[in-house]
Design a protein. Structure first.
Length: 119
C-alpha cells in the first residue's frame, strides 16, 4: 500500500490498517526467530552428542580414561574458561551418557532440547 493510498483513510481507519500491518510483520519476525532458536538449539544438542562421543572414544567405553581419571575435570575447567558455563563435570557426564544412550546421531529429534534429553 502506497502513501497515496493511505491518504484516503481517516485517522481511525489508518490506525486499524497500521495495526494490521504491524501484526503481520510481528508474525513474520516471531516465526523467523522461533526457527532460528530451534535450529541453534538442535545444533547445540548435536554438539553435545559429538562431545559425548569424543569422551566415550577417548575413554575406550570405560568410565575413566586409562591416562587419568581427571579427564572430565580437566576438560570441564578448560571448556568453562573458553566457552563459559554449561560445561561442568556433571554436564560432561550427561553428554557422555547421551552418546551412550543414542549412539546413532540420526535418531535425535530436532524438536527436543538438551533438557529433554538430559532428563
Amino acid at each position: 500500500m502506497s502513501s497515496h493510498e493511505l491518504t484516503k483513510y481517516d485517522g481511525a481507519e489508518l490506525a486499524i490498517e497500521y495495526e494490521s500491518i504491524y501484526r503481520e510483520v510481528k508474525e513474520i519476525l516471531t516465526t523467523a526467530r522461533n526457527k532460528v532458536y530451534r535450529a541453534a538449539n538442535f545444533a547445540m544438542v548435536e554438539a553435545y552428542w559429538h562431545i559425548g562421543k569424543v569422551i566415550v572414544e577417548k575413554q575406550g567405553g570405560k568410565e575413566t580414561a586409562e591416562y587419568g581419571s581427571r579427564l572430565l575435570e580437566n576438560l570441564s575447567e578448560k571448556m568453562t574458561r573458553d566457552f563459559g558455563k554449561g560445561f561442568t563435570t556433571t554436564n560432561l557426564k550427561y553428554m557422555r551418557q547421551f552418546y551412550l544412550t543414542f549412539p546413532n546421531r540420526h535418531t535425535l529429534c530436532d524438536d527436543l532440547s538438551w533438557s529433554h534429553y538430559r532428563l
